[in-house]
Ligand binder design. Sequence first.
Ligand SMILES: C[S@@+](CC[C@H](N)C(=O)[O-])C[C@H]1O[C@@H](n2cnc3c(N)ncnc32)[C@H](O)[C@@H]1O
Length: 231
Amino acid sequence: MEMSRLEKIFVNRSAKGRWNVRRLRKRLETFPMNDVRDVLEIGCGRGDVAAWLAATYPGLRVTGVDVDPEQVALARRVHGETDRLRFVEGDATDLPLADAGVNVVVAHHVFHHLPGWRDAVAELRRVLRPSGAVLWLGLTVPAIVRDVLRPFARKSGLFTFVDVAGAFSAKGLRLVDRRTVWSGPLVHQDLVLRRVELGRAAMTARRTQKSETPSTPSTTNTAPTTIGKIA
Ligand SMILES: C[S@@+](CC[C@H](N)C(=O)[O-])C[C@H]1O[C@@H](n2cnc3c(N)ncnc32)[C@H](O)[C@@H]1O
């Protein structure tokens, strides 16, 4: 869903871009980028995160995708494009990318804009290479808030942490790290989800459904789980 004018003013501030980069940089302190070649950022907005990734990791090819042509134009204007950085118009629920071409997907503050966020989960799985990972940085709500607000929020994504982790798990992306940045009525979480083989994923999904809790680290502010090499 495209943003309102007011939201654009807030989101497109350069200070917000710097904050986004700080968040991601912190997240990447314990995430192995050595073997990562192709990165996709969905809902890239003004493109600060995508541009920072391309500038910081000389081996990367980074694609920023946004559904709003104004946001794509802004990102191109602010950062330009190179052979390693491009901004593309596209919907996270129907990505204009080939299957299995990406090592890492970054989703920063975008899922709450997606009423069809479960379709986006399937798309991320489709474009990820084997052992690829999703860095999901966003907002979740407690179940009671989700249930109360759902009738009024048809144009947004409203989900609990369990909803998100469960949906990824059902598509073969296992939660390997979780950090809670802050919590209140909204919980700001950083999640790392890794593509696993389908047999294992199906078992994980079943376990998740059974216990109604995610299959992997679920405590807040835990020390990072070691993540192996990304394909
Ligand atoms: C809150 S902004 C976040 C932008 C940036 N990631 C950040 O954290 O500052 C959400 C972005 O997602 C984009 N967006 C919304 N729905 C989308 C969709 N279905 N597919 C791709 N991008 C979408 C919006 O246009 C907007 O740029």
